[in-house]
Design a protein around this ligand. Structure first.
Ligand code: GLU
Length: 300
């Protein structure tokens, strides 16, 4: 059976996903991106005297004097590094900062490590990073090597095409049969295409921004990944690309953690559950700037 489901088949997530597409025609801004209005992210209270019994990852952070956090840096509104100001912004970056503060670390204690989709599990297994926050879908196969806290966000696979394309929506992924679609190596969207749609030709890079460049130069027909990511590129290049209506799969974002560190996993899940308005404030200041409306999901 194909793992891809149509929007109608997704059930509970459908409302959130519909909201995501419905607002696609608005005029999104890119916090921290090219010329976007930056919303005000909350100031996180740095916890004092944190004890996290039985967490080797936390012990390593304390010994080092701060966490090393794996992130993305080419995804506007999610995980973005402004090359001019050297500032990081986006929903995932704020989630990463919130977690760090809850563990007792200041922003200046954090080391960010950009890690591509294909290298996330290995970075956690090797201990190169303490945790990863970057559009990281919770999947059973990834859980064989690592653990996840969350989910903290739900989206679905979408498609970005040239702004002058005649397509406006995707009825089924097979609409792209015979075309070339680009995505990131090691991601769930590229696996979906390769495993279930053999008539679609694929192009792969380590980062999505390289796919978007190929789309703009006409080398590929579409870019596919999570709609939450694509909406940021559509905002960055409104004259060149557009996000099609139609979402496939359910992508539940988790915080990647070293396997077996249940103390850290429970700490983060409690933060998400008992965090009051913080999640909403983060969302409103980042992804919500695109005009999308999504509710915080319950943690597993
Ligand atoms: N959420 C998908 C994944 O974890 C696609 C986005 C990404 O590559 O980070 O594979």
């Amino acid at each position: 059976m194909r793992r891809t489901r149509t929007l109608a088949g997704i059930g509970i997530a459908a409302t959130a996903l519909i909201a995501l597409t419905a607002c696609n025609s608005g005029s999104p801004t890119i916090p921290g991106g090219d010329g976007g209005d930056e919303g005000d992210a909350p100031a996180y209270e740095v916890a004092q005297d944190v004890q996290l019994e039985g967490s080797p990852t936390f012990d390593a952070m304390v010994e080092r004097g701060g966490p090393i956090i794996g992130v993305k840096e080419d995804q506007p509104n999610l995980g973005y590094l402004d090359a001019t100001t050297n500032e990081r912004s986006g929903f995932d970056i704020e989630i990463a900062r919130w977690i760090a503060a809850s563990l007792g670390f200041e922003e200046s204690d954090i080391t960010y490590e950009p890690i591509a989709s294909a290298n996330r599990e290995q970075a956690l297994v090797n201990g190169d990073i303490d945790y990863y926050v970057g559009t990281y879908s919770i999947t059973d196969s990834r859980k064989e090597q690592i653990d996840f806290a969350g989910p903290y966000f739900v989206t679905g696979q979408g498609f970005l095409v040239a702004a002058d394309s005649e397509m406006t929506e995707v009825g089924d992924v097979s609409d792209f049969n015979g075309m070339t679609v680009c995505s990131a190596t090691g991601s769930t969207p590229i696996s979906n295409i390769k495993e279930n749609y053999p008539e679609i030709k694929t192009e792969e890079y380590d980062v999505y921004s390289a796919c978007v460049e190929d789309l703009i130069s006409g080398k590929v027909d579409a870019v596919t990944t999570d709609a939450a990511i694509l909406i940021g590129y559509a905002a960055q290049y409104p004259d060149d690309v557009k996000l099609l209506d139609g979402l496939f799969t359910e992508e539940r974002y988790g915080v990647g953690l070293p396997k077996g560190d249940t103390a850290l996993q429970e700490h983060i899940n409690t933060l998400f559950t008992d965090g009051g308005d913080t999640w909403q404030a983060i969302f409103d200041a980042t992804l919500g700037q695109s005009g999308i409306e999504v509710e915080q999901p319950a943690v597993d």
